[in-house]
Design a binder for this molecule. Structure first.
Ligand SMILES: [Zn+2]
Length: 246
């Protein structure tokens, strides 16, 4: 049985504002796609250099370095690649250079599917990352833009993954990640600095969020654990299915 998104996906690019967002939003689905042979590229738009609420005296460059190492370890363990565009954490705005850099990664990956943060989320970097992803997906298939790499033949399909805590996000697609949830938690634990940071910011850690939101989405959709998505319904980021899924 395969879900709509697993049909013929050869290369998926998962975009995040900070190194670890993808671990919460769509890592279970990425594990499934990877197991089916898809190439996985995880792109953080910022360096995550403000991610030290648990240690306010930490040097920002050092925080960025730790986070890149954590995200790289997680990506390598699941058979993917981690890329950071090193944008400014906490002050991310839509900018042409970031759009083009992201589009170049999408081109290099030969993506047919892109995951991005939802347009409404808890933190402004996530909102900006969603907007940047929206543009970059489009220009990845437009040869007239001055972007590195050959333009893709087709615009990748764009799906938004769940918001933090599932707030202001009404899913239209659920992917069963019951068999992947333990590995998803293990990958999140590799972000040791962020396990501590989220505890300091909100009193919860990444694994608790994965457990509770994953179980909630599973309960909504008739399974144990699920991840939730919405398609971006703006041309040309939509693709017809060859047949009805499952
Ligand atoms: Zn984030």
């Amino acid at each position: 049985m395969e879900s709509v998104m697993e049909r013929g996906v050869r290369s998926v690019v998962a975009i995040e504002a900070h190194p670890d967002d993808v671990e919460l939003g769509c890592m279970g689905t990425l594990l499934k796609l990877r197991a089916r042979g898809a190439r996985v590229t995880i792109v953080s738009i910022t360096a995550g250099d403000q991610g030290a609420a648990h240690d306010p005296d930490a040097d920002h460059a050092a925080v960025a370095e730790v986070r890149a190492a954590e995200a790289t370890a997680a990506a390598e363990r699941m058979g993917g690649e981690f890329v950071s565009l090193d944008g400014p954490d906490g002050y991310l705005f839509d900018a042409s250079a970031l759009r083009d850099a992201l589009s170049a990664v999408i081109r290099r990956a030969g993506a047919d599917l892109v995951f991005a943060p939802p347009p409404a989320d808890y933190q402004s970097d996530h909102i900006a990352a969603s907007e940047i992803a929206f543009h970059a997906v489009f220009t990845s298939a437009l040869p007239q833009f001055p972007i590195a790499g050959a333009a893709l033949e087709r615009t990748p399909v764009l799906y938004y993954y769940d918001a933090i805590m599932g707030l202001e996000f009404e899913p239209t697609l659920f992917v069963d990640i019951t068999d992947q949830v333990e590995e998803k938690k293990a990958l999140a634990r590799l972000h040791a600095s962020q396990m501590a940071n989220m505890k300091a910011i909100g009193g919860w850690d990444l694994v608790e969020e994965i457990e509770i939101v994953g179980r909630y989405r599973g309960l909504q959709s008739g399974t144990r654990y699920a991840e939730a998505f919405r398609p971006c319904l703006r041309w040309p980021r939509v693709r017809a299915l060859r047949e009805f899924p499952e």
